[in-house]
Design a binder for this molecule. Structure first.
Ligand code: ADP
Ligand code: ASP
Ligand code: MG
Length: 285
């Protein structure tokens, strides 16, 4: 079984989600159903940060909320058959209402704690993953949506929580066994602490989610689907002559990522290395 992680650009538009569905179709026809880890739609985490910061200053956030809603609703309208749209709108609307209430609270208190910020950020991955799981269901048959807050346990270092591996592995294995053979979609980036409060794994942390799940289930491979052809000699946005590296050791990959190769989040390599699970970077586009 493989774990496939799709980053923000890969779930960021109607076209990229169409491509993602085609990739999953192919994967499902060739082998066991994968576990799919998703990021928030591109730009959404930054948008949520702006909203939280603005709310803390007592500034208006309704246009941002509308933008967030439109980005998701436009995808639903474009990619789901009409009879399937309503339940999805309802659940997304529930998320947006919770978010709005939360921002209202931040605004009233004019205070934004790291704990509340993590809760605000969690809506990005929860909305994208729920929405894409429903789109996938229409094309690929039954799909399960899982909130990683129920599967990944961390300490309370909000913003960059440390994973409690033993309990996390048990929870992931239990969940997988209950849903064996099904196509599972898991929210990247988010987790929860002992009290059940939402934590996050650090910016770019959805890669890490994929590795945590891959390691717990001894996956055969972790695929990171993004907008480049692999780990490259330099950031291709900055260096025109950058080229993809065919193969790197876990240590080399970790060094490159620590020194800024944002294509993969540094802690991702640790669980993969411990179980010797290959990480493959693939281009969605
Ligand atoms: P995703 O949203 O899929 O997680 P990211 O934006 O986090 O994608 O990472 C992909 C981006 O990482 C690429 O678009 C690229 O500009 C950047 N990047 C920086 N350094 C490197 C590198 N050494 N190799 C490949 N990509 C890199
Ligand atoms: N959405 C989160 C972020 O933008 C996590 C991720 O994309 O990996 O940092
Ligand atoms: Mg990333």
């Amino acid at each position: 079984m493989k774990v496939l992680k799709f980053g923000g650009t890969s779930v960021g538009s109607v076209d990229s989600i169409r491509t993602l569905i085609e990739i999953l179709k192919q994967e499902k026809s060739e082998r066991q159903s994968p576990i799919v880890v998703l990021s928030a739609m591109s730009g959404v985490t930054n948008l949520l940060i702006s909203m939280a910061d603005r709310a803390a200053k007592g500034e208006e956030v309704s246009t941002f909320l509308k933008e967030l809603e439109n980005r998701h609703f436009d995808v639903v309208k474009a990619l789901l058959d009409v009879p399937r749209q309503n339940p999805v709108f309802t659940k997304l609307k529930l998320y947006f209402n919770q978010l709005e209430d939360l921002l209202q609270g931040i605004s009233s208190l004019q205070e934004l704690t790291p704990k509340t910020r993590d809760l605000v950020l969690s809506f990005g991955e929860r909305c994208s993953t729920f929405m894409v799981s429903k789109i996938a269901e229409q094309h690929l048959g039954e799909a399960i949506y899982a909130d990683a807050a129920d599967l990944i346990k961390t300490d309370s270092t909000y913003g960059q929580a440390r994973v409690q591996t033993e309990i996390t592995d048990l929870l992931i294995r239990g969940f997988y066994e209950e849903n064996i053979g099904k196509l599972i979609f898991v929210t990247g980036f988010i987790a929860s602490n002992d009290e059940g409060k939402i934590t996050t794994l650090g910016r770019g942390g959805s890669d890490y989610t994929a590795a945590i799940i891959g390691s717990a289930l001894n996956a055969e491979e972790i695929e990171i689907w993004t907008d480049v052809n692999g780990m490259m000699t330099a950031d291709p946005r900055m260096v025109k002559k950058a080229f993809p590296l065919k193969e790197l050791s876990y240590t080399e990959a970790m060094e490159l990522s620590y020194f800024g190769a944002k294509v993969i989040y540094p802690p991702t390599m640790i669980p993969a290395f411990l179980k010797r699970i290959p990480i493959v970077i693939r281009n969605t586009f």
